[in-house]
Design a protein around this ligand. Structure first.
Ligand code: HEM
Length: 461
């Protein structure tokens, strides 16, 4: 397969001279964190910001960040990050729990991400993707311009809903549930950028409006659960069934109703915006890279012998996988992971006082000048060249260690399947290409709206 392609630089600020005062992390974040990233941040191993209470450190060096995320999880529990901001909805679900409680839940929901369960989810993905493709076919016939994020948000909400409850989402329910979730995320996005609203222990101060929206989201999920339990389709396998059958390892007890809401909310919140952002960036980038799209098509044709893309084909779609991986390198939906030091400790030669906030940013490490060649360029072949292995720990869009994303392998399969199917059937043309920038309010999304036209390929299946 032809490997020589001209490299594309997707939108991102050039590292440069940042505005005065950037050494104070709270100032830096609440101005425009992706506006200009100081060169220094992309070149250092560890950086101490000026602000006190709590002290803040950015850790880039793979060995040090692996200590924080993997080896010393007990010293560096989660705090001050997105999980904290989502707590009013998640309560004590898997994403925000700590200690024994987290361990119990981790074990209880593990079957969701087993191979057999991922395979079942793949069936739900196929169904949701087929109705998405039907909508795109209509758009290609009418020639209308679509808002990419809206379409992809609906696709992902539909996949999630089918995986959890075995049925497609209706537009009305999507509005009630996923739109309220997005409304909540917009309401707390300001908090994420205003670290002054986090106390020394990483607890944010929420507005009344945000707390009310959170309550509303939980009430909608609770109602969906009630309706599902009343009208449950017989003999279906889905995430909700796994939650219902799970037992706390130490006591043998099942999840209570409120804990079931925690679990469903955890899945919806951790997967919706992240997956949508990754897919939006994928379509946006591929619209600018026709040679890469051609290589994906050739690979899909070779692997599937021009047939339907099945679950078994996915591991063989290596170039398509590397395209998705490269999208996640350049645009990791979770911009930073945050931990709070539980005791005085050191990282390398740097003293980390108790209650310091330790920030690890996939965005910065994925574009670090020491770990990557041409870090800002879109180059999916860097993975088959073994570049990422050269510095283990320099690529972690799903986090690292025990708190790593439980949906990582599932979402990788999803990304490969969606990219392969869409490229096989359509050409995408972005209308407002130059206006699109990364927007980092809570998750790293394209600034909206990405306007797009869809063209059906001749002879496509
Ligand atoms: C492209 C899509 C996704 C990205 C980039 C992503 C990224 C992440 C990251 C970085 C973390 C770790 C946060 C930390 O250590 O502070 C995480 C945790 C988590 N993710 Fe994802 N995620 C994605 C999709 C999903 C999906 C589809 C699901 C479920 C179906 C999911 C479920 C979870 C859960 C449950 C956790 C918490 C794990 C724990 O704390 O034990 N994620 N995700």
């Amino acid at each position: 397969m032809e490997n020589k392609i001209s490299l594309y630089r997707p939108p991102a600020p050039y590292p440069g001279e940042a505005a005065e005062g950037w050494r104070n992390f709270s100032n830096y974040l609440s101005s425009d964190p992706l506006g200009v990233i100081p060169k220094e941040l992309y070149e250092c191993a560890i950086f101490q910001f000026d602000d006190d209470n709590p002290r803040k450190f950015l850790v880039n060096e793979p060995k040090l960040l692996s200590r924080v995320l993997e080896e010393q999880q007990a010293i560096f529990p989660k705090g001050g990050g997105i999980a904290e901001l989502l707590k009013p909805i998640l309560h004590n679900g898997l994403v925000s729990a700590e200690g024994v409680d987290w361990q119990d839940q981790h074990e209880m929901v593990a079957p969701i991400f087993s191979n057999s369960s991922v395979r079942i989810s793949f069936g739900y993905l196929q169904e949701a993707l087929s109705s998405f493709v039907e909508r795109l076919l209509t758009y290609s016939e009418t020639g209308q311009t679509i808002k990419l994020a809206e379409e992809i948000n609906f696709l992902v909400a539909d996949v999630n809903f089918r995986c959890v409850f075995s049925k497609p989402i209706e537009i009305q329910l999507e509005h009630q549930c996923f739109n309220s979730i997005m409304k909540y995320e917009e309401e707390v996005a300001g908090t994420a950028l205003d670290l002054k609203r986090f106390s020394g222990t990483g607890q944010p101060a929420f507005t009344e409006a945000a707390l009310k929206t959170a309550e509303n989201v939980r009430a909608v999920i609770s109602q969906i659960i009630d309706e599902h339990m009343y009208n449950k389709p017989p003999n279906t396998q889905n995430f909700f069934q796994i939650f219902q059958e799970a037992r706390v390892p130490s006591t043998g007890k099942r999840f209570t109703k409120s804990q079931l809401v925690d679990q469903v909310a955890s899945i919806f919140l951790s997967s919706h915006e992240t997956t949508s952002a990754a897919l939006c960036w994928s379509v946006y980038i591929l619209a600018q890279c026709p040679e890469i799209v051609e290589r994906i098509r050739t690979e899909v044709q070779l692997v599937t012998a021009c047939g339907r893309i099945s679950y078994e084909h996915l591991p063989r779609l290596r170039f398509t996988r590397d395209v998705f991986k490269e999208v996640l390198r350049l645009y990791p939906p979770v911009l930073y992971l945050s931990r709070i030091a539980r005791e005085d400790t050191t990282l390398g030669d740097t003293l980390i006082p108790k209650e310091s906030m330790v920030i690890i940013s996939p965005w910065v490490v994925h574009r670090h000048r020491s770990f990557w060649e041409n870090p800002d360029m879109f180059d999916p072949d860097r993975f088959s060249r073994g570049e990422a292995k050269a510095t283990l720990g320099s690529y972690f869009p799903f986090g690292l260690g025990p708190r790593m994303c439980t949906g990582a392998s599932y979402v990788t399969f999803l990304g490969i399947k969606v990219i392969a199917r869409l490229c096989s059937m359509f050409d995408f043309e972005t209308v407002n290409t130059d206006e699109v920038r990364p927007d980092s309010t809570l998750y790293l999304k394209p600034s909206r709206p990405v306007l797009c036209k869809v063209h059906k390929r001749k002879f496509s299946k």
